[in-house]
Design a protein around this ligand. Structure first.
Ligand SMILES: *Cc1c(COP(=O)(O)O)cnc(C)c1O
Length: 428
């Protein structure tokens, strides 16, 4: 078969898949950045999701309400600001598989991590440690290490690091269980990701929680790369708390307001916490009394009145998830990522190694790719793609991440990516 024929039949196949995709219309709900005449092939939803078309009007509506009502906007208009955070609650709970009172949208990811560690990392001399991954995202590591020091412990002793034991740097379930077996009685908190940011590996949150609870550890998850990527069942995992951001797969804009989950069984138990007036019982908040009485559930960790201009984009974005449904999104995601794997293996196996696990259940959208060849090959390919309107991302020292997102990516985008890799190989 000549290269041209082969190309056109592959393109026909990809376009056919896209034409038959029941979720294809959702792409029109997004603003796709351009590269010259054409839309880019955008594979960076793992880093910053694209802007829904409905975001701008939703923001303008709140600016108009402010202009029209001033302070009265807290009680008037279509969406009074007073309880604005509650307008995202049900959809947010659905995306992470929680009960409504278990979730709240507030602050940023790292801030929420600190706030929840104040309540859920309670080290003692016998049980001072935090179990994390050696390759944890730097912000998580800084947060954890600073909490250890804040409590007067030494990170050299009280941070237990899990090292990737599989090829590609991923973590086996056995390695996690083994660490819990060896160190369990010393571990106060297990803090692990839902999806590992560098490798794209999905962890089994329920099994980890079960094993850690058996050893008496508290369990928290960072779902930065999991929320909006995978269907989650946070309530059923029984984990104690979780945090995530909303600018990656949740498409709520740069620095968007983040999320937090506190399991229902902690809804009414008093816990040490850093308090603010918006966490106070709503019924008596405005009596302005001196004694803090927490609102039950995740709301009780709020500090401040809701950031309406940050919540408006989240409300709009979550509505798209409601329309599509996480199950349908996941089905399309598995098809897209599976197709990209197949293309890489059949077209450019001599160029790219896939670090992300092979089993669909152990990965989400993202593929982490390592470029074979000399040290600067990865960077060179990354720049080649960028110059051609193919947006992937680069993580030092040598990983390219590419994430076909089911809300707006297509099979034809995956084909464009792999054809560009082939062209780079020919040019090299
Ligand atoms: C993206 C990401 C962060 C970013 O933290 P912010 O507080 O939102 O700036 C932190 N941790 C992980 C694991 C991430 O993937």
């Amino acid at each position: 078969m000549s290269a041209a024929v082969e190309h056109s039949s592959q393109e026909d196949w990809a376009l056919g898949q896209d034409a038959a995709d029941p979720l294809a219309r959702l792409r029109d709900e997004f603003l796709i950045p351009r590269h010259g005449e054409h839309e880019v092939a955008y594979f960076c939803g793992n880093s910053l999701g694209l802007q829904p078309r409905a975001t701008r009007p939703a923001l303008m509506a709140e600016l108009d309400a402010w202009a029209e009502h001033g302070v009265e906007g807290h009680f008037r208009g279509a969406l009074p600001w007073m309880d604005y955070h509650s307008f995202v609650r049900d959809d947010l709970a659905a995306v992470v598989g929680a009960q409504p009172q278990e979730v709240v949208a507030m602050n940023s990811l790292t801030a929420n991590l600190h706030l929840l560690m104040v309540s859920f990392y309670r080290p003692t001399a016998e049980r001072p440690a935090i179990l994390i991954e050696k390759n944890a995202f730097p912000s998580d590591r800084y947060a954890v290490e600073s909490q250890v020091r804040f409590h007067g412990f030494d990170p050299a002793d009280a941070l237990i690091e899990l090292e990737g034991d599989e090829s590609g740097g991923t973590l086996s379930q056995d390695a996690i269980l083994d660490a819990l077996d060896r160190h369990g009685p010393r571990i106060a908190l297990v803090l692990l990701p839902g999806v590992q940011y560098l490798t794209g590996q999905v962890l089994d949150l329920r099994a980890i929680t079960e094993a850690a609870h058996r050893k008496g550890c508290v369990v928290g998850f960072d779902l930065a790369h999991a929320a909006g990527n995978l269907p989650l069942a946070l309530h059923d995992t029984h984990c104690d708390f979780a945090v995530w951001c909303s600018y990656k797969y949740l498409n709520s804009g740069p620095g968007a307001v983040a999320g937090a989950f506190v399991h229902e069984r902690h809804a009414h138990t008093p816990r040490p916490r850093f308090a603010g007036w918006w966490g106070h019982d709503r019924a008596t908040r405005f009596r302005m009394g001196p004694d803090f009485v927490p609102t039950p559930g995740a709301d009780g960790w709020q500090l401040s009145n809701p950031p309406v201009l940050a919540l408006a984009p989240l409300r709009v974005s979550l509505a798209l998830f409601r329309t599509a449904g996480m199950a349908a999104l996941r089905a399309k995601s598995e098809a897209l990522t599976g197709y990209l794997v197949w293309l890489i293996r059949s077209e450019v196996p001599d160029v790219l190694d896939i670090l992300t696990p092979d089993e669909p259940a152990r990965r989400g959208c993202q593929l982490s790719l390592r470029v074979r060849g000399p040290r600067d090959a990865g960077r060179s390919l990354f720049e080649y793609l960028e110059a051609r309107g193919i947006v992937v991302d680069w993580r030092e020292p040598d990983v390219i991440r590419a994430s076909p997102v089911p809300l707006y990516n297509r099979h034809i985008d995956c084909l464009r990516l792999v054809e560009a890799v082939r062209a780079w190989r020919s040019a090299a």
